[in-house]
Design a binder for this molecule. Structure first.
Ligand code: PMP
Length: 397
């Protein structure tokens, strides 16, 4: 028993009363492709970020196992001490080639990359930093800004006119500008206009930091992400291997000077043990595989178009989604939970997302598609949402 257990119990009881207590529910992946087992029951998995079905790909898993058997379970030390193996260097070269950048750096996770790289970058500038962020950026980017000790200047979601206005308003103030955004937004599935952002950043001398967690492997030519649209004008691209690449870990891609600087200053890189051989093996195998997956990407995008049309037909708001992430926005948190429960009973696993992850009044099902899904599964999902949504659910309520 810990000293603070009575306090923890009371806080958890309060969360329970508000139906906001979160619990971990173990699943098994010993199930057919695209499914998981919950309490022994197979469910079609519309909840994970395994967009291309690589998480259980046998060739990638075999490469991870080979690397573990050959090089061991752990990397033994942090990268700057003695943890950098030839495996890391080879994977980083492959990532840089995939992203079309001079260099790349592996980091332990997407969370850690954002939380640690932003303070290092902002710390590089002598004097003030003005940090402009999209209102819907991921929690890890907020953590990075907080760690850097900056007050964010937040612009309306994907509203580049608003961003330009805010930049112009402070044009006379000294300081280095940074623009921080995602290329695909994790809860809405909409896309930033990356070429326009790059042009805006250029006009205002701003450093552009782009989180490609949900675009890597899925969007852009051969799945290289949306930064590819801006022809090398994004200063820093960050992404994860935990989503379409099916594994774990993250990357930062950019100039050689940027990566060398981060090696010297990024706390989450310096003070954390290097990624283990199995993980690096899976990363490298996935990066090699992703460019050749155009057929899977085309199928995935066709499924997303079908799902959005199906939901629109039954009056469900999918917001501005234009990707494999399709929110079914039902508004009320209780309704989102009830709908997710009804879908689970019908054999479909979908995450219900509520505040504070999304703004109040926009609770939703976050439907994440995978190229493993079929059109029939998507149609069945729409039918089940129609039949389960209750009498008062409707578009944008
Ligand atoms: N950035 C974004 C936009 C994300 O959605 C996530 C994960 N949900 C992360 C970063 C963190 O990545 P990871 O899961 O690899 O820590």
């Amino acid at each position: 028993m810990s000293l603070l257990d009575p306090l923890f119990h009371s806080l958890l009881a309060q969360a329970d009363a508000r139906r906001m207590r979160r619990v971990l529910r173990p699943l098994s992946t010993q199930a057919p492709a695209g499914h998981v087992l919950r309490d022994g029951t197979p469910l079609v998995d519309f909840s994970s970020n395994d967009y291309l079905g690589l998480a259980r790909d046998p060739a990638i898993a075999r490469q991870a196992a080979r690397c573990a058997l050959r090089h061991g379970a752990g990397a033994r030390a942090s990268r700057l001490v003695t943890g950098t193996l030839d495996l890391h260097a080879e994977a980083e070269a492959a990532i840089a080639a995939f992203k079309g950048t001079e260099a790349a750096l592996l980091l332990a996770s997407g969370w850690q990359a954002n939380a640690a790289a932003l303070p290092a970058l902002i710390g590089a500038v002598q004097g003030p930093a003005l940090v402009y962020t999209d209102r819907l950026i991921h929690a890890s980017l907020h953590a990075g800004c907080a760690q850097a000790g900056v007050r964010q200047i937040r612009y309306r979601h994907n509203d580049l006119d608003h961003l330009e206005h805010l930049l112009a308003e402070r044009a006379q103030e000294p300081g280095q500008r940074f623009i921080v955004t995602e290329s695909v937004f994790s809860m809405d599935g909409d896309q930033a206009d990356v070429p326009a952002l790059a042009a805006l950043a250029e006009r205002h001398g701003a450093f552009l930091y782009l989180d490609e967690a949900h675009a890597t492997g899925v969007l852009g030519p051969q799945g290289r992400g949306l930064a590819a649209q801006a022809g090398g004008r994004v200063d820093l691209v960050m992404g994860t291997f935990s989503k379409a690449a099916g594994g774990f870990g993250a990357y930062i891609a950019g100039s050689r000077a940027l990566c060398d600087y981060l090696v010297n200053t990024c706390s989450g890189f310096i003070y954390s043990t290097a990624l283990p051989p199995a993980v690096v093996g899976a990363v490298h195998a996935a990066v090699t595989r992703l460019p050749g997956m155009d057929a899977e990407r085309a199928h995935l995008h066709a499924l997303a178009t079908r799902l959005r049309a199906g939901l629109a037909d039954i009056g469900i708001d999918t917001g501005l989604s234009s990707t494999q992430i399709v929110p079914a926005i039902v508004g009320d948190a209780g309704r989102a939970l009830a709908l997710a429960d009804a879908l689970a009973q019908a054999g479909m696993l979908v995450g219900a997302i509520r505040p504070p992850t999304v703004p109040a009044g926009t609770s939703r099902l976050r439907i994440a598609l995978s190229s493993l899904h079929t059109a029939g599964q998507v149609d069945a999902l729409v039918t089940r949402i129609r039949d389960s949504r209750g009498p008062c659910a409707g578009a944008g309520t």
